[in-house]
Design a protein around this ligand. Structure first.
Ligand SMILES: [Zn+2]
Length: 407
């Protein structure tokens, strides 16, 4: 048995509990949550706040070896241009493996217990089998050549089957509205519709909308110069190419959304009742000095979750660092909301709200201490840091344990 207490417990459901205490059994399952009245010798008391383990809904483990390799702030087209010029590491490359292991360890140190990870190869599968983190591998479809679509889907299906055979949750997903031919987009979204889960990069910059509305702009010029086939000019903004294909029942994650308009938001929310908006603010700043529409999503009470993106466009894999960035720029958003984005909402987006994301009796969701918080105003500070106190014992990819209802 273990009793852990702090100035506040944020459960993810309901209001924060001042002087909260959590009791765990030997399997790290919560047996009681309440208010600290009788501090005993066995109570561990921490200065700060306690929350469930963080969920990182968007990462690319495979790109971990690219830390500090790409020039920042040139915009998305420049970033893609740089990526295409860097020789891709093979999955078995030792530098790539070492970098992935370091990234996985960093996420554990940052209190992350579950990750939505984009995969182009099988390189991360052995690591994921051993990690204490739960990974959902999104096997990514990308390619503008219509003729190559059938062969690409065959390769992706095989990759997905390999992941599942290794005991890893996996599903096929499209990369973005702008990077797939009609045939590949149809097939990839059809596969995601059948799996019931999808993660797609959405409207990462204005050039993405321009490509579809007018057939011009920085992405258009990049593709034209490289000799890539161009996606069709539809006269509609990029998100509509996705909305017309995704089934309403799907748990869809739209990632980035930097160039999302209010109309785009309304239409997407109407079409997709289970849509989650993933924000990766530090990556947006690195790539294009851009800011996602945090205030719009907050005002509309949208389901928001947090991603770190990869180390190609971020210097840290820390959900808390993303929250600190949002809090600095949008100080009116309460810490309780930010922590719901970082926990409960992310778990729901990955279809794992029964396992992770909230602290409640019967849960084995991990416990993270956030230190150096402004306790009077309940605000994060520049020095706030995450310290995992408990990792979920059932969080491995092999056996998710007994489902726990999380209302
Ligand atoms: Zn990404």
């Amino acid at each position: 048995m273990r009793r852990i207490a702090a100035h506040y417990v944020f459960t993810g459901i309901g209001n924060p509990i001042p002087m909260g205490v959590i009791t765990l059994n030997d399997e790290q399952v919560i047996t009681e949550i309440g208010v600290l009245t009788d501090e005993t010798e066995s109570t561990e008391f921490y200065t700060g706040i306690l929350t469930a383990g963080f969920i990182n809904v968007h990462c690319h483990l495979e790109l971990s070896y690219l830390r500090h390799r790409l020039k920042p702030c040139g915009g998305l087209a420049d970033f893609i241009g740089q990526m295409t010029k860097i020789p891709r590491r093979q999955p078995a490359d030792s530098e790539a493996l070492v970098a992935m292991r370091a990234a996985d360890a960093e996420m554990q140190r940052e209190g992350i217990v579950a990750v939505g990870d984009i995969c182009n190869t099988a390189g991360s599968f052995p690591l994921k089998r051993e990690s204490a983190i739960y990974y959902h591998s999104f096997i990514e479809a990308v390619g503008l050549d219509e003729v190559a679509a059938a062969a690409a889907m065959q390769r992706l299906r095989q990759l997905c089957a390999d992941a599942r055979q290794a005991g890893l949750p996996a599903s096929i997903t499209p990369h973005a509205a702008y990077s797939l031919s009609d045939a590949l987009l149809d097939a990839a979204i059809d596969a995601a519709n059948r799996a019931g889960i999808l993660s797609v990069h959405n409207q990462e910059c204005d050039a993405e909308n321009e490509l579809f509305t007018a057939g011009r702009g920085a992405l258009h010029d990049l593709f034209a110069a490289a000799g890539f086939p161009l996606p069709p000019v539809t006269g509609q903004r990029a998100v509509y190419r996705l909305l017309s294909r995704i089934a309403p029942s799907v748990r869809a994650l739209f990632v980035h959304n930097v160039a999302l308009s209010e109309d785009d938001y309304d239409r997407a929310a109407d079409c997709l009742p289970h849509l989650t908006w993933a924000l990766c603010p530090n990556s947006n700043r690195y790539i294009g000095q851009a800011v996602p529409p945090v205030d719009l999503l907050y005002r509309r009470n949208a389901r928001v979750a947090i991603g770190t993106d990869s180390l190609a466009s971020n210097s840290r894999l820390s959900v808390l660092e993303e929250l600190k960035s949002i809090s600095r720029r949008f100080p009116h958003i309460p810490l309780q909301t930010l922590l719901q984005w970082a926990t409960v909402n992310g778990a729901a987006a990955l279809g794992k709200e029964r396992e992770w994301g909230c602290l409640r009796t019967g849960a084995n969701a991990g416990i993270v201490l956030i230190e150096n918080v402004h306790l009077h105003d309940l605000r994060l500070t520049a020095d706030s840091r995450a310290c995992p106190l408990v990792m979920p014992t059932s969080g491995a990819n092999r056996n998710p344990g007994k489902p726990i209802p999380c209302s």
